[in-house]
Design a protein around this ligand. Sequence first.
Ligand code: ADP
Length: 542
Amino acid sequence: MGASELQRKANLAELLLHVARELGATVEPDGVYDRFHELLADVIQHDGVIVSSFDADTEIFHCEYAWADGERLDASIFPPMPLNREGGGMQSRVIMSGESLLVNDVREQVKDEGTYYQVDAAGELKKIPDTGPPAAQAAMMVPIKHEGRVVGVVQLMSDRVTYAPDQLEVLEGIVAQTAIAVRHARLQKEQRRLAVAEAAARAVAAERAQAAAVLEAVGDGIFLVDDEGYMRFWNRAAELLVGVRADAVRERPAAEVFSDWAAIAEQIPAAPPGSTPHPVTLPVAVGGRELWLSVVAVRATPGVVYAFRDVTSERRLDEAKSDFITTISHELRTPMAAIYGAAMTLLREDVEFELARQRELVEVIAQQAARLSQITEEVLLASQLDRGAARVERAAVDVAELVLAAVRSMAPRVEPATLEVDVRPGDTTASADADRLQQVLVNLLDNALKYGGAGKVAVRVEPANGTVRVLVSDSGPGISLADQERIFEKFFRADPQLTRAPGGTGLGLYISRELVERMGGRLNVRSELGAGSTFVVELPKV
Ligand code: ADP
């Protein structure tokens, strides 16, 4: 190798090193082509450059980069071209052979078969030779290779000069560097895209997790029924309110969860997303129970979201209140009518009453007035207990003594043998409020006499296990299991609609239990239908 050849090789090596450095610093694939072209312009004269990629599967070329007459062109104006296997067309020849091509008689070549395009500076594409001879006279075509396969072609064209083999060598070197740089930049771009996609996916997942956590934490029951009528979501509050676990309902038809689902869904109109839904209160049978739910429904992409609150107790209270109003007006009307009647009778001027008759009428007035004030007292005390404003003392009280006093106070109202008292041996002193306890005992005795039928009422006092117990038993109709807890609710009266039922406000047992509990004791009932009832007061010993 001569000295000048050595010098040429050294220059080429230096040039390629420079190219490699420059291209390596470019991160966008598109920027790499621009840089490639700038570097090329310094070393080889040319009027046009086209870089095409080749897809071996489809055998189609796509233009990736084009430059002509001093302008970068829009690569998309070049139509994708199929490989010409017959060897026509210079690009196809390069692809098929994997070898570079140097042509200094382009005008001759394009007369033969093959499809040639020419682009002018305005970006206008012309097919050659339809539109006359091409402007280029010389062209160099270099394959872009990756792992031994041809994946594209770079074409360099000149309208004025011819090219020499050593220029082809320079171009081959630059193309090889460019191919590496483009691949590298593409990989980096793909990596960035993946990183961004991953971050976005993570953000979505985090948002989902947060939304799910919020839905689990809210106090309202929430469930989602999809368009096929399947339960897709059931939150923790729904589990608690309805008493049915999520695993038992998720992915099951809503109609299996709520009996009569079709009718329920029809009653709750689903609001479009973003609008304010109106709550609907309705009874539903779910998990073997009947509940009153206040429900709103909102349309969601995969179905309808329902949010609900359990309003069963509010509903019961409402019912009890309306029962109470009925009861109380009835309760007030009876003594009022009696008082009014007795007073009007006494006021009659046309009749002279005997003294005994006058006394009878005044007694009616006194008795009924006492009843009126008792009703008022009960209502007042109940509301004080509600507000926590009722004072209850706790002192040592002989329960047996109080029971005897209560029974004595009942005596004028009953046949002598109706009430039986049995005080068991032992200390019957307990911690209680004497007046309040008296009130409780009178209420229990009164109920036993009122509701206990014609039979006897037995009262027993016994010390038991750190407590003193009072048992008031009657042999009346008893109380159904379903009502045994409810009779202690405010305003509750079993069968209040029975016109024959003795009068009452439904407050007595509520007040009694509240008072006993404030003394640290308990009030319960044991009863069986048809076999009488026993109310048990338990008070702690001092
Ligand atoms: P009231 O007697 O004013 O109705 P209570 O709170 O004392 O109110 O009693 C509530 C209900 O419990 C009564 O209406 C009655 O239906 C039932 N009840 C109370 N005591 C007895 C009893 N000894 N036997 C049967 N039912 C009873």
